[in-house]
Design a protein around this ligand. Sequence first.
Ligand SMILES: CC(C)(COP(=O)(O)OP(=O)(O)OC[C@H]1O[C@@H](n2cnc3c(N)ncnc32)[C@H](O)[C@@H]1OP(=O)(O)O)[C@@H](O)C(=O)NCCC(=O)NCCS
Length: 412
Amino acid sequence: MESRDFDPGRDADAMCRIWREIGWLEDKKSHRESLSLYLEACRTRVCEVHGEAEIAVSTLPGTMRVLDQELPLSVVAGVYAGRVGRQQGHATTLTAECVARDAVEGAAVSTLGIFDSGFYDRLGFGLAPLGRSATIDPRSLKVPRATRPPLRFGLDDAEALHACHLARRPIHGQVKISDARRIRYEMNFNEEAFVLGYRDGSDDAISHFIALSPDGKGEHGPYLVWIISWSTREQFLELLGVLKSLGDQVHGFRIQDQQGISMQDLVDRPFTWYRVTRDSPFQKRTLALSSMQNRICDLPRCVEAVSLPGADLAFNLQLSDPIADHLPGDSAWRGVGGDWIVRFDATSSARPGRDDDLPTLEADVGAFTRLWLGGQPAGNLSISANLRGPAELIDALDRRYLLPTPRIDDNY
Ligand SMILES: CC(C)(COP(=O)(O)OP(=O)(O)OC[C@H]1O[C@@H](n2cnc3c(N)ncnc32)[C@H](O)[C@@H]1OP(=O)(O)O)[C@@H](O)C(=O)NCCC(=O)NCCS
């Protein structure tokens, strides 16, 4: 089926209809405006059914931090099909096409948020490590209440909030979305959302902030923390102090483990809170799920980014890439499947070929992406994912391919 670029003049109504049909949009002004902003920010391809746009894929440019490098990234921000566009393979094919286009244009990695496991595995995406999300009573935080009042930020501050978000504390696996309109459409989408923070940066720049939305109705929360940006320990604790200062009224907020820092460290008597709030709408608990998937699009570039002095690892990599099955025969990029010789050391490399003196690792690109990005050892992946190799090689990888657990500290 033919695809084409989204055309605002022609497709705007169809997009509203699709988003309403899938439940992402209510028919109200703020939601329609947010969708327009989203479509302005994203690059969107559509497929038609009965002469109208019915299936679409939207991507945003960004970077993924791998150790101390930022790799060019394609963020698949949305895959969506209206009610008459389903189950005909169009969404899968269109996603493959957009990943291929962005890879040709330089994306080394592609990333997306999933509706469930399995669907995007068919395009070579592998699960990110588990992300933890905790529901916490502000009063239980082991931090002092904020000693100075925060500032309120609104839509007019979107650019400054975006700049602050880009400058947040760097961590391995971090995803940065480059377009400032992304913060704008998210703020606009949720009328109840509010943003509190401080301007301690040079020239009065926003230095740290927290964006919250009431999760459901009612005056007592729980609130959802949908973005939190900070660079130093003091800033992070101050933002938690702001939450604590709301604690006389709001009895819960949901927050992802910040950059891998365990929120359990910052809660007083977490087990007591868990026991006494069990089966309550304010239940205090931690949920661990992997809701992001990534895939390598440029293997040499991705391997080169991992400098591991002393790792001394070399192997053949027999890589399969299922995305090729969903791309036209004349696609300029057909994935990264094939035979590679991979070395990890102070200078790492991947080049096409095979060396009969080296052991061979067999993997699909999703499983290899999980290994490459870290946090998921080869030995574990050889049990639960599509990755196989001689025991000595798996053991060497487990002992010497040591990376921090990657943390994708953003939602998309
Ligand atoms: C996601 C969405 C676009 C998929 O649309 P679709 O029309 O079903 O997609 P396709 O026709 O390309 O793919 C259907 C195939 O995927 C398979 N599939 C669906 N979910 C799957 C899963 N979790 N694991 C494995 N396969 C899965 C189906 O079984 C079907 O396989 P088949 O063709 O071999 O029978 C559609 O469900 C949608 O718009 N959902 C709402 C928006 C959303 O959640 N988007 C994703 C998050 S960004």
